[in-house]
Design a protein around this ligand. Structure first.
Ligand SMILES: [Zn+2]
Length: 414
């Protein structure tokens, strides 16, 4: 614990800090080298694999595990997430097998969600060790489907979906249409069978019990893993310390309310202890879960306010909103993700009754802020929020007072 003597209380000191400065990184800036591991908690190893994207790495976890066999107990590891399928990642894994894993086998593979950086090598790891896969059913089926080429990330349906949201450039459209095997290249195969993880499922791994916490908005049904005895949350992509999780609407479910689902999912972590060590899929392990979820909620609320304000005078498309939400130039690859996020913000407002959606003569969805909410500026909204909070605090206090009084009266009459 280097930066904050008491990481469990994200109090006034942390409140004025933003981003990573408000969080506590127990390992400082130390990162595991490719093929090596760092023990972040007893029996919990952190390994990092390279990714062929702007986001250039993923964190994977190895949990010390045992298995009962007819000939006695077998020592080994449970791997959480896998890295993409490519020779470099396989080579790095081989170094991990021989080095940090001390030649012990992988007994189980747990995958948090179907995205290629998490799911890619699951088939290979399971085959190498004859190990079973543990995964949520929705995620497993989605991975299976996408690995056959029925992808969320390209093809005719995606091109049409993007065009419906104002991304009409013919050259870009052609490129989107031709991206049909984006997922299958990184996840060429999915294990033929799996063990199903559900919300609240508990898995005994070595000395610890890990409980599944489902989350939506980033992937179909992401599973984070929490162990009370280890005081560790493997947060996957649901809570990241530096970047905000991609929350997108895809062609497959064009009217989804992904952002509302994601924001609701973040609140599920409120009940976890504040000093829980968070193991995210990208970035560094940290303490400060509630500070980070509050930052992420505020980040999205601010973007929602900006989108609402931008569509007050004139209806806007998701493509129009890219500059409002992202404020920086985006290349083609970034735009394929950003446009889905833009739709997610518009849908959250539309499905909350704050915007009206209409199709223009070119067939593009345009969203216009409804007058009541749009008339308020951001500072007015903030003031209103504060006022609402003051009233609710006052009512709570009064209620407590009168209830307390009633109970005393009851006690007296009994
Ligand atoms: Zn993901």
């Amino acid at each position: 614990m280097t930066q904050n003597a008491n990481p469990s209380t994200p109090t006034a000191q942390a409140a004025h800090l933003s981003g990573e400065a408000a969080l506590n990184f127990p390992l400082g800036t130390t990162l595991p080298e490719l093929g090596n591991a760092i023990e972040v908690a007893p029996g919990v190893l952190w390994i990092r694999m390279a990714l062929p994207f702007a986001l250039d790495h993923i964190n994977l976890w190895l949990l010390a595990d045992t298995e009962e066999t007819p000939s006695g107990q077998r020592q080994g590891w449970t791997a959480v997430d896998c890295g993409v399928t490519n020779p470099g990642t396989q080579e790095a894994w081989r170094q991990v097998f021989a080095g940090p894993m001390k030649g012990l086998p992988i007994l189980r593979v747990v995958v948090t969600h179907m995205h290629p950086d998490h799911m890619g090598l699951a088939h290979w790891l399971c085959e190498q060790f004859n190990a079973p896969l543990f995964m949520n059913a929705t995620e497993y089926q989605a991975a299976l489907l996408a690995s056959t080429g029925a992808s969320n990330f390209g093809g005719l349906s995606t091109q049409k979906f993007f065009a419906d949201h104002g991304w009409n450039d013919p050259a870009d459209q052609k490129q989107i249409q031709s991206r049909v095997s984006y997922y299958a290249n990184m996840v060429p195969k999915v294990p033929e069978s799996y063990h199903r993880l559900l919300e609240g499922s508990q898995i005994q791994i070595g000395d610890n019990i890990w409980e599944c916490i489902s989350g939506w908005g980033h992937s179909p049904e992401h599973m984070a893993l929490y162990s009370p005895s280890a005081n560790v949350l493997i947060s996957g992509d649901m809570v990241l310390p530096k970047i905000s999780t991609n929350v997108s609407v895809y062609a497959q479910e064009p009217e989804a309310n992904a952002l509302a689902l994601f924001m609701r999912s973040l609140k599920k972590f409120d009940g976890l202890p504040a000093d829980t060590l968070i193991l995210p899929s990208h970035g560094r392990p940290f303490v400060g879960l509630h500070t980070r979820t509050a930052q992420l909620l505020k980040h999205h609320e601010d973007r929602l306010d900006e989108v609402l304000e931008a569509c007050t005078e004139r209806a806007g498309s998701a493509h129009d909103m890219l500059k409002v939400i992202f404020k920086r130039p985006l290349d083609f690859h970034q735009t394929t993700f950003a446009i889905g996020e833009s739709v997610a913000h518009l849908h959250a407002l539309w499905l909350d009754g704050k915007m009206t959606r209409t199709k223009d003569p070119q067939g593009v969805w345009r969203f216009k802020s409804n007058s009541d909410s749009a008339r308020l500026t951001r500072s007015e909204v903030d003031a209103l929020r504060q006022k609402k909070k003051a009233i609710s605090d006052f009512v709570q206090k009064e209620l407590k007072g009168s209830l307390g009084q009633k109970m005393t009266e009851n006690n007296r009459s009994n």
